[in-house]
Design a protein around this ligand. Structure first.
Ligand code: ZN
Length: 69
């Protein structure tokens, strides 16, 4: 069974942004230091990187949703 995780790790919330390379240099350093120590975040980060790599393969047409705007 999957139960909702408590957001006891604020770094987790920033992992997606980090994977998109959208953090400032300072934030990147903090995230890298944390990921080096936190296995859970490292695993999540690896997952995000896979997603980002997959998104990079999509064209803009693929991203366009029918009925938008
Ligand atoms: Zn963590």
């Amino acid at each position: 069974m999957s139960q909702p995780e408590r957001s006891d790790d604020p770094f987790k919330l920033a992992l997606g942004v980090f994977a998109l390379d959208a953090l400032s240099d300072d934030e990147v350093r903090v995230m890298e230091a944390h990921i080096a120590r936190c296995r859970r975040c490292r695993a999540e980060y690896d997952g995000f990187r896979d997603v980002v790599a997959g998104l990079a393969l999509l064209s803009e047409d693929d991203m366009r949703q029918p009925g938008g705007e």
